[in-house]
Ligand binder design. Structure first.
Ligand SMILES: [Zn+2]
Length: 427
């Protein structure tokens, strides 16, 4: 009976819905955004919380894809929907100081550089009762990774007691970054008209955010996608100093390999070797950064990725480096949907001007970084011995397709001889 009553009151409460596209929703109380403005008060805070709808100046809501789980918790009555965060003691453990790139509206378009220090930049608005939430959080951590321990045992990475501890854990600063898209800047990056971008985003998400097409005055979108995490080894403030040696790995999520150690690709070895080399750079007075992007399966998702694995292994002749990219294109429609042009924004957030050692084979990543104005001195691929046997198909196919390598590139008939395990061998 009590539950019935609760459900009744809940459905009553929600029976009246005002569409966000309704003209009454354009309130004068929402603060204007002047993207790239130097003075935070002139730039304006990003208000994407839903507690006071009349204050909102952004489309979408916080927490990326988790916003849907938040909605479920609220729907189930387990989460007070008018909750305003108590931000006491949540300030960054280290402050990311502004760089000139913060004030170039076209340079950073997919995150809010003011998103970490809400109390510092927008304290007066918080006192007035605006519900402003940080989109960036900075904290310290210690990483304990088997491959790093292995590198220490093999003598590749010394224990210095500062970056690498006696217990073999590695000290880092980690920075979580939620996506905040400045739509005119995103359109420019994609190379299309802003109106067209809004239309396609609206249509391709099944009409998820009507304001994309009805509210051209709202220039910001917090899209329901995964966030980005940067792991910094050594002093964060050194990232912006071109005179300090910098090692960088920009890594796209591959849950199967990164977390579970699946051996069909080189993702985890690339990640852990990047961490090892970033730590080593910090030990000799430089700084290392590993940025982790939630772009699973080349941003096509894990279901598509596993379908491709099966298609690769079941095709006539088996899984071969010669047909690696072709199979992805057959299943997904494209080889890659990662759109690396937004990726360098994180590097510009830290004020990075020059990378001494870039751990990546990808030309798309390299071109995006260099095209955004950051110098890259050296490109590095991982040592051969770190590549799992079944991942030879991937690595040889990438090398043959022009991915960066300082090793030998197999072509034609030779490429056909690089084969992976079959479904039968896997089962
Ligand atoms: Zn992978």
């Amino acid at each position: 009976m009590a539950i019935e009553k609760k459900q009744k009151s809940k459905s009553k409460k929600r029976s009246h819905v005002v569409l966000t596209s309704h003209s009454n929703q354009i309130f004068k109380k929402s603060l204007p955004i002047n993207w790239g403005a130097r003075d935070p008060m002139e730039r304006g805070p990003v208000v994407a919380t839903v507690s006071n709808k009349q204050n909102r100046n952004a489309i979408g809501s916080h927490s990326g894809s988790y916003t849907v789980y938040r909605a479920l918790s609220i729907a189930a009555g387990q989460f007070p929907e008018d909750h305003a965060p108590d931000l006491e003691n949540t300030d960054p453990t280290v402050s990311i100081e502004p760089s000139e790139t913060w004030f170039q509206p076209e340079r950073i378009v997919s995150l809010d550089p003011l998103g970490a220090d809400i109390n510092k930049h927008f304290g007066s608005y918080l006192k007035q009762g605006y519900n402003i939430k940080p989109t960036i959080a900075v904290t310290y951590a210690h990483l304990s990774i088997p491959e790093v321990t292995e590198a220490i045992k093999l003598g590749r990475l010394p224990v210095d007691g500062k970056i690498v501890r006696k217990s073999h854990d590695v000290k880092v600063t980690k920075i979580a970054i939620e996506p905040v898209w400045y739509l005119p800047g995103i359109a420019q990056r994609v190379g299309i008209d802003e109106g067209e971008l809004r239309k396609v985003l609206f249509t391709e998400t099944g009409g998820m955010f009507p304001e994309l097409v009805t509210r051209p005055d709202l220039k910001l979108l917090l899209p329901p996608i995964g966030s980005t995490t940067a792991y910094v080894f050594g002093d964060v403030h050194n990232l912006k100093k071109p005179g300090v040696e910098l090692t960088c790995r920009v890594h796209d999520e591959c849950n199967g390999s990164d977390v579970f150690g699946s051996d069909i690709c080189t993702c985890r070895p690339y990640l852990t070797y990047g961490i090892e080399d970033a730590a080593r750079t910090a030990q000799r007075g430089g700084v290392g950064i590993v940025v982790y992007f939630r772009k699973e399966g080349r941003a096509l998702g894990e279901v598509t990725k596993f379908l491709v694995y099966n298609a690769r292994k079941r095709q006539p002749g088996g899984d071969s480096a010669a047909t690696y990219f072709h199979r992805t294109e057959c299943v997904a429609g494209v080889q890659d949907a990662r759109f690396q042009e937004l990726m360098p924004d994180v590097l510009h957030y830290f004020g990075i001007q020059k990378i001494d050692h870039l751990h990546s084979m990808s030309n798309m990543k390299y071109d995006a970084i260099v095209g955004s104005g950051i110098k890259v001195m050296n490109r590095l691929s991982i040592p051969e011995e770190l590549i799992p046997a079944d991942a030879q198909v991937e690595i040889e196919a990438k090398k043959a397709a022009g991915y960066f390598t300082d090793g030998k590139v197999k072509k034609g008939e030779e490429l056909k001889t690089v084969v992976g395990r079959s479904i039968k061998e896997d089962s």
